[in-house]
Design a protein around this ligand. Structure first.
Ligand code: ATP
Ligand code: 3PG
Ligand code: MG
Length: 393
């Protein structure tokens, strides 16, 4: 990596605006998976030990420029404080008087977490004024938010243009590990994509088809493809305006001789709930008022076999709604296959990492990346804007 790193900055007695990705799974105001918080600790500890005042900034969820009470970062501050064994000052504001007052009361080595940056409409628009407000708080900018490095937002790229900047340790490590895998991928190279961010993730497929031997599509992403094949998908997740794109990708896969693999059966439910009635049906037999919430048993076997035969596997996005036990089996089976394969296994994403942790397979993966969309875009061969914006060595 040709970007400056922490060692290139002299932060003692200085204020550092440090973007992290604390977009973690939460339930009832408690962090349910702290993988991303733990992953940022080396950078936070380093800055603090060097005597910097560390201003931490993150997004959480997609509040779309408004204050959403459930998306405040207080539970994250609490968990961070437990992990680091130190107080974390948390402000309810993203910038302005409250933040400035808090900053005037803390000392070198202390930590301050500002509120969810996506409460500000300017964040996702990369508004220069908001970026300037971030820059005004600090002497340096450090980006350790690999998971958000594919976003060109005020707290990722905007502020980088206004302060001397560097990559944090996590950013450095992710780029190093993923870069090595991508440089000369061992084959067969298999990508598995699932999850719920269909609009975002369908777009990475185009470039991935130029790189992989097998492309497995599961999770909520699969049903737009099943629909494109002409099957009824009931109330399953669908991006209506991406059906034609899905058709194009199936055609491109055929032309490029890429094995595009879709579910052949599904666990369907008559309600989006743990207590719904469920059954497993062939993929072309989903009734109109049911929805597919997990891959079926035959699909699990098929996907697992491909994983077992692969030399490099990149997985992002759960195969089903694994947060509910009734729909966790598919994600667990694929996680187990990745844990047992002789190939190099990379899994990425906030919820995917949480799933692997929940099922006890995290230790068996070669690399658990904190990036979901970011690791996919990186593996597509794209330069991530959050990285590009940082100062070169
Ligand atoms: N069939 C399905 N129907 C509806 N939701 C699904 C289905 N399969 C998986 N999901 C949901 O997908 C969500 C995770 O998707 P997401 O794309 O956010 O993955 P991720 O690993 O967190 O990646 P990223 O870091 O990019 O967010 C989970 O909350 C899960 O319940
Ligand atoms: O979870 C992620 O992949 C990152 O935190 C980015 O979140 P976003 O997809 O809402 O930008
Ligand atoms: Mg997610």
């Amino acid at each position: 990596m040709n970007k400056k790193t922490l060692q290139d900055l002299n932060v003692e007695g200085k204020k550092v605006f440090c973007r992290v990705d604390f977009n973690v799974p939460m339930k009832d105001g408690v962090v349910t998976d702290d993988t991303r918080i733990k992953a940022a600790l080396p950078t936070i500890n380093y800055l603090s030990e060097q005597g910097a005042i560390v201003i931490l900034a993150s997004h959480l969820g997609r509040p779309k420029g408004q204050v959403v009470e459930e998306l405040r970062l207080d539970p994250v501050a609490e968990r961070l404080s437990e992990l680091i064994g130190k107080d974390v000052v948390k402000t309810d504001a993203v910038y302005g008087k409250e933040v400035n007052e808090a900053l005037s009361q803390i000392s070198d080595g202390d930590l301050l977490l500002i509120e969810n940056v996506r409460f500000e409409a300017g964040e996702e628009k990369n508004d220069p004024e908001l970026a300037q407000s971030f820059a005004d708080m600090a002497d340096f900018f450090v980006n350790d938010a690999f998971g958000a490095a594919h976003r060109a937002h005020a707290s990722t790229t905007g502020v980088a243009e206004k302060l001397p900047s560097a990559a944090g340790c996590l950013m450095e490590k992710e780029i190093d590990v993923l870069g090595k895998a991508l440089e000369n991928p061992e084959r067969p190279f298999t990508a598995i994509i699932g999850g719920a961010k269909v609009k975002d993730k369908i777009n990475v497929i185009d470039n991935l088809l130029d790189k992989v031997d097998n492309l497995i599509i599961g999770g909520g992403l699969a049903y737009t493809f099943i629909k494109a094949q002409g099957h009824e998908i009931g109330k399953s997740l669908l991006e209506e305006d991406k059906i034609d794109l899905a058709k194009e990708f199936m055609k491109k896969a055929e032309e490029k001789d890429v094995n595009l693999v879709l579910p052949v059966d599904a666990v369907i439910a008559d309600d989006f709930s743990e207590t719904a009635n469920t059954k497993i049906v062939p993929i072309d037999q989903i009734p109109a008022d049911w929805e597919a919430l997990d891959i079926g048993t035959q699909t699990r076997e098929k996907f697992s076999q491909i994983v077992a035969d692969s030399k490099l596997i990149l997985w992002n996005g759960p195969m089903g709604v694994f947060e509910m036990n009734a729909f966790a089996g598919g994600t667990k089976a694929v996680a187990e296959a990745l844990a047992n394969t002789d190939g190099y296994s990379i899994i990425g994403g906030g919820d995917s990492a949480a799933a692997v942790e929940k099922f006890g397979f995290a230790e068996d993966m070669d690399h658990v990346s904190t990036g979901g969309g970011a690791s996919l875009e990186f593996m597509e061969g794209k330069v991530l804007p959050g990285v590009q914006a940082l100062n070169n060595k």
